[in-house]
Design a protein around this ligand. Structure first.
Ligand code: NDP
Ligand code: OXD
Length: 308
């Protein structure tokens, strides 16, 4: 039996070392070097080549190397009976919360504007965006969204959340799927931590931005395909949005000639909001590997029908 790691363009050495430290008897292959494909029963995948997972006839389960699973569900070669899981670790949740908090603070305190001014040796003051005009709305209240909410509540923000089902959670105003308009009308700073599914693809469009309370700002840490990119540019140019902070893009790496690079009101980070820690990941991978062999339900398993 062997465990296969497939993540081209990613250094998998720290993860394979962590796996070996926990279980020296584990047989680990790193794609594309696979000793015997019939022995592979479990795979860990991130941005894997299309349809490669169908090459392993005895595959029982696949874990994403991150929290998102859209790359796994898009693989048409993956048989229906293969179980899916994802990695959720304490550091992933903390990093996401801190990432979003810094974006909220940078927007309110004009940090990127001052960075631009420094480059030009230009002294100009801007009014802090008051907390009353900084009501936060989080699209998606799962592992990431709830971690973001906790830290923002701790920092004194009013927090609205939107999820498929309504939540009973202290310190937030929860809106369910059919209450999207009300949620938007009460939100200034919109944060996307949704999974990418057929239902959520393209959700961040001009019509949605127009429904936000003014001033309005967007932070997208979900997936690039949530956003209609040309709508964002139009919304910023016409004052519908004051700006945006983006970690994820339709095409990654973001092409060097992309319009976003030259927009001062758009902040760009290279998909680093929360990055899986190898040690934490290894423990969860081994746990799920063992569970998959014994037919037990995996930790952080994915509902293939729901798409997350
Ligand atoms: P979860 O599965 O824990 O939570 C998903 C949330 O979205 C749930 O609250 C769910 O509602 C809600 N949701 C899903 N579909 C809909 C819908 N159609 N309408 C309304 N609400 C919906 O996911 P995570 O929080 O763990 O992760 C979310 C995403 O964040 C990942 O899929 C990934 O794309 C992204 N991510 C990005 C990272 C980065 O570095 N940029 C790092 C980690 C994650 P309900 O609770 O009712 O089911
Ligand atoms: C993830 C990510 O899904 O890094 O974990 O985007």
């Amino acid at each position: 039996m062997s465990l296969l790691l497939i993540a081209p363009n990613r250094d998998l050495k720290p993860l394979s070392e962590s796996l070996e430290n926990i279980d020296p008897n584990l047989e680990v292959d790193i794609w594309p070097k696979v000793k015997n494909k019939d022995r592979v029963t479990f795979a860990v995948a991130w941005n894997h080549p299309k349809n490669v997972l169908g090459n392993y006839p005895n595959l029982k389960a696949v874990s994403s190397l991150g929290a998102g699973v859209n790359h796994l569900l898009n693989d048409e070669s993956l048989p229906e009976n293969v179980k899916l899981a994802r990695l959720i670790t304490p550091s992933l949740k903390n990093e996401m919360a801190e990432y979003v908090l810094q974006a909220v603070l940078a927007y309110r305190h004009h940090t990127t504007r001052y960075t631009d001014q420094k480059r030009e040796a230009f002294w100009d003051k801007h009014k802090l965006i008051p907390k009353e005009e900084s009501v936060v709305g989080i699209l998606g209240f799962g592992e990431m969204g709830s971690s973001v909410a906790d830290l923002l509540i701790l920092n004194g923000y009013k927090v609205n959340t939107w999820s498929r089902s309504k939540k009973d959670y202290e310190g937030i105003s929860s809106y369910s799927k059919d209450e999207l308009n009300e949620f938007l009308n009460n939100t200034n700073i919109l944060i996307c931590t949704l999974p990418l599914t057929v239902e959520t693809q393209g959700i961040l469009d001009l019509e949605l931005f127009k429904k936000l309370k003014k001033p309005a700002y967007l932070i997208n840490a979900g997936r690039g395909q949530h956003l209609i990119e040309e709508d964002l540019i139009y919304a910023i140019d016409t004052g519908v949005l004051a700006g945006a902070w983006l970690d994820v893009f339709e095409e990654e790496p973001l092409p060097s000639n992309h319009l976003f690079w030259n927009r001062p009101k758009i902040m760009i980070t290279p998909h680093i909001a929360a990055v899986t820690d190898s040690n934490e990941a290894a423990e969860q991978i081994i746990e799920n590997y063992k569970r998959s062999l014994s037919g037990m339900e995996m930790v952080n398993s994915v509902d293939r029908k729901k798409g997350y």
